[in-house]
Write a protein that binds this ligand. Structure first.
Ligand code: MLT
Ligand code: MN
Ligand code: ZN
Length: 306
């Protein structure tokens, strides 16, 4: 199974267009130890021909351009390697790239929970707008299903979803009143090799029901948004705590590093890194602390074969 990180940043990307924090200024100036990043998304394939896209970031066109021939088999005059799309939530940074795929010559096959579909047909009616272009062929994600489900258009890739306690988008009437299905985590399995990836770009905590699927996976690609709970406040960027935004910070008691240290075996990689996070500086002590704990940080264009 192959996974390509199309984008490794949280909402806003890195640098964020209007941000002059230390990180954004440094990457903009080309400082050593900083890499620019687009908003989070991955693509997975078992045969390197048909790919399953997880989240459609507003940066998708740039991401597909950088992927070059990797995601473009060019079997037809209008064609793409992306055969189906999975949405992990209804956030802007994970869904608005769908507009950029409107030229599709067949309806976009999109998997989401009914809660996410509801947001995308009301507060941010992307699905309704796409109906005027390529149309959407929606497939419901069932977070109660106990077995892996097969993805007909993507050979040998099977998925099992788990509900996550996180947050609905800020525009949702359910922000602050989370529902089961607003956010999902997923185990991605190659049906032949049985290798597994656990993917959760937004993770408020490693809940009890996630421990087993995480322990039995070969690779964890999880929420790396913030280093501390007060990071946005400390940098004068916002008044919100990381945890209020549905993201468990890496450091400190009950943080992601402490939780990940309870899981032995899988390779651990962070994704969805916010531009305020000190780990974006490869020379920082925070980044060294991650290395000391065997936690890697994904980057745009990173590929892993399992
Ligand atoms: C989040 O996950 O909280 C988002 O990155 C916020 C956003 O897209 O603005
Ligand atoms: Mn996000
Ligand atoms: Zn910034």
């Amino acid at each position: 199974m192959f996974v390509r990180v199309l984008g490794s940043a949280a909402g806003g990307g890195f640098p964020q267009w209007n941000c002059n924090c230390k990180n954004c200024s440094s990457v903009r100036a080309g400082a050593d130890g900083y890499k620019a990043r687009t908003q989070s998304s991955i693509a997975v394939s078992s045969n390197e021909e048909d790919w399953l896209l997880f989240n459609a970031s507003p940066d998708i066109l740039t991401q597909l351009k950088s992927a070059g021939l990797r995601l473009q088999p060019a079997n037809n005059v209008r064609d793409s390697g992306i055969k189906s799309i999975v949405l992990m939530d209804a956030q802007i940074d994970h869904t608005t790239g769908l507009f950029m795929l409107r030229e599709s010559s067949s309806p976009l096959v999109i998997y989401s929970t009914k809660e996410v579909k509801q947001e995308l047909t009301s507060g941010n009616p992307i699905f309704d707008v796409l109906d005027f272009y390529c149309k959407v062929d929606w497939v419901e994600i069932n977070v109660e299903a106990e077995d892996f489900v097969n993805i007909p258009k993507v050979q040998d890739i099977e998925l099992k979803f788990m509900p996550l306690k996180s947050e609905a988008p800020p525009f949702s009437p359910f922000r602050g009143k989370p529902r089961r299905g607003d956010n999902v985590g997923v185990q991605i399995m190659d049906a032949i090799t049985k290798k597994k990836i656990f993917y959760a770009p937004g993770l408020a905590s490693i809940e009890e029901h996630l421990l087993q699927p995480m322990k039995e996976s070969d690779l964890l690609l999880v929420d790396g948004t913030f280093w501390t709970d007060t990071e946005m406040i400390d940098n004068g960027l916002s008044k919100k705590l990381a945890r209020e935004m549905g993201h468990n910070p890496q450091s400190g008691p009950g943080g992601m590093i402490e939780d990940l240290n309870k899981i032995n075996g899988p390779k651990k990689i962070l994704i969805h890194i916010n531009n305020s996070n000190p780990i974006l500086n490869e020379k920082s002590i925070e980044r060294q602390f991650l290395r000391d704990n065997n936690i890697d940080v994904s980057f745009d264009g990173m590929e892993i074969s399992l």
